[in-house]
Design a protein around this ligand. Sequence first.
Ligand code: PXL
Length: 283
Amino acid sequence: MQRQKRVLAIHDISCFGRCSLTVALPIISAAGIETTVLPTAVLSTHTGGFTGFTYRDLTQDIMPVVNHWHSLGLEFDAIYTGFLGSFEQVDIVSEIFDMLKKKDVLIAVDPVMADYGKLYSIFPSNFPEGMRKLCCKADLIVPNLTEAAFLLDEPYHDGPHTREEIKHILCALSALGPKYVVVTGVSYDGIQLGSASYDANSGEFSYTGETRIDPMYHGTGDVFASALLAALLGGRTLAQANAIAVRFTVASIARTKESGIDNRFGVNFEAGLASLNSLISGY
Ligand code: PXL
């Protein structure tokens, strides 16, 4: 039997709302991968659309936890980060990459900070500079189109986009350092919505889109990135992993739409967990 892979997921826990660790842990685990968690903060809900949420910052606990693991000689196949609440957390995560990075460790950064052309209001205007530095150290990045524009310091426009525009964005992001780039929220025709990928090792570009479902549901970026990482570690190519993650995410959105629940409450990915492994191995 193949050795079980081990991922370190560094995110906040938004206790209600299905994003960050409450999404990464079940999805990556369901794919048969051991998932070690490092919570950076505990919030009552995520910050998207809720007011009055609590926020317990855990910045001071992060390095002692990692130092303990270091003393135990723990190793990881991948380190996966998403929402980070401050520059200090970005710097600490960067230090963790340096400590735990070995030849075959995949560093995955989802530079959660913006959507629909705007930086999330909780972040200062220079936050993208910090995220850019982190992305430069990554092997895989998974920005949406707004985050891509901030990372490249280029203007953002709503879709549809041309294939040339998306190729430019993918290549420019890869030039920052990551060999795997996936950009989400891409539409070429205004009907299909999906994501585009570029693997700088093989030179392969890919796009997978499915019919767009409105409204926007919170947490879908985390569902997507977690499924993508699970598929990559399961041995799929970046293009295959992109297609798998789109399918898994769109199916979760479709179920949620049918149930009619509040779009801030995240999506029903749970019903797809039992078949995630067959989705990954079937590509
Ligand atoms: O889904 C990304 C995310 C994670 N964690 C927190 C968030 C968000 C997005 O808004 O607010 C706390």
